[in-house]
Design a binder for this molecule. Sequence first.
Ligand code: MRU
Length: 367
Amino acid sequence: MKINGVQHRSVQVDPENNTDVLIFDQTKLPFSLETLRLTECAQVAHATTSMQVRGAPLIGAVAAYGLALALRVDSENTAMERDAAMLAATRPTAVNLRWAIDRMLAKLRPLTPEDRVAAAYAEAARICDEDVAQNEAIGRHGLDLIEKIEKKKNKSGRINILTHCNAGWIATVDWGTALAPIYMAHDAGYDVHVWVDETRPRNQGAALTAWELGSHGVPHTVIVDNAGGHLMQHGMADLVIVGTDRVTARGDVANKIGTYLKALAARDNDVPFWVALPSTTIDWSVNDGVREIPIEERSGLEVTNVTGQTADGRIETVRITPRESAAANPAFDVTPARLVTGLITERGRCAASAAGLRSLFPEKAGR
Ligand code: MRU
């Protein structure tokens, strides 16, 4: 994505040494865009758990490079399997992470240790390029949906789209999933406006989505997480588009905590609720998302404390709850397929159902 005329990707290998991995430190946004240099596998793991890097497709792509960095130190079987398992365990919900590591291992296991480093960098680069192409295709299929909604509205005013969390270019290698159609609609001259859920506790909407949309000139308004239902009741949202961390074979959708409540409100108010995803986010091995998808439980400190910028530019973290209050922090929830209007994938749109997914991915049938 271009910022101030400069093209960026969320992850790249340093062109100066063709070795180090460069990401943006997402914990610093929206206040500064800082590049973080990753030179060791352990740094990749730390960046992922601390959410310096985040977003389902991106943590998969960065973990692939993490394995390449690990192999530079030791490319024998035992070390490779150990480091791969360590990277795959950094976050439990987004299936893209496991998918990327499995794909890397499938490529690397048959090779001799000497051949593995170069092959790992090449395979990680392919994963990144494919992610960009998939997200661009999602953008086109989602743009078509936005165009249809605009026609239905009889071109009467702006199209209001609500989104939750951050599923933009910073959460992928480029373009984003939920935001790709929005960028394309904006670039095509449609009058789109985005309601941005702040997305407590880590505020990915307020910090990242708002920053992304603002950098691209897309009109948007940040709202508290509890405002969406009210806006939908008053006809102020034409469409919801969210990303996802894992979609099951029958179309259940895991995404950032609070997504399920948005889907319920959307259903009650006849607002279409769409989920955008690359096929790398589909877990063909599970059906019942509520029971089978592991939900990451993060530190209660993310709930009890908030971080922001003071008037004089300092970044400060303050506590907002009584010291003695306990806090629970499930990071994701599952929206059952019956509440999802449809899925936007790189191969087109489909119903959130086993039949819908099979129609687009027939080669996966029966898995
Ligand atoms: O905990 P996060 O910030 O990694 O959660 C991210 C989300 O829930 C996104 O919506 C999802 O990964 C899709 S990103 C294209």
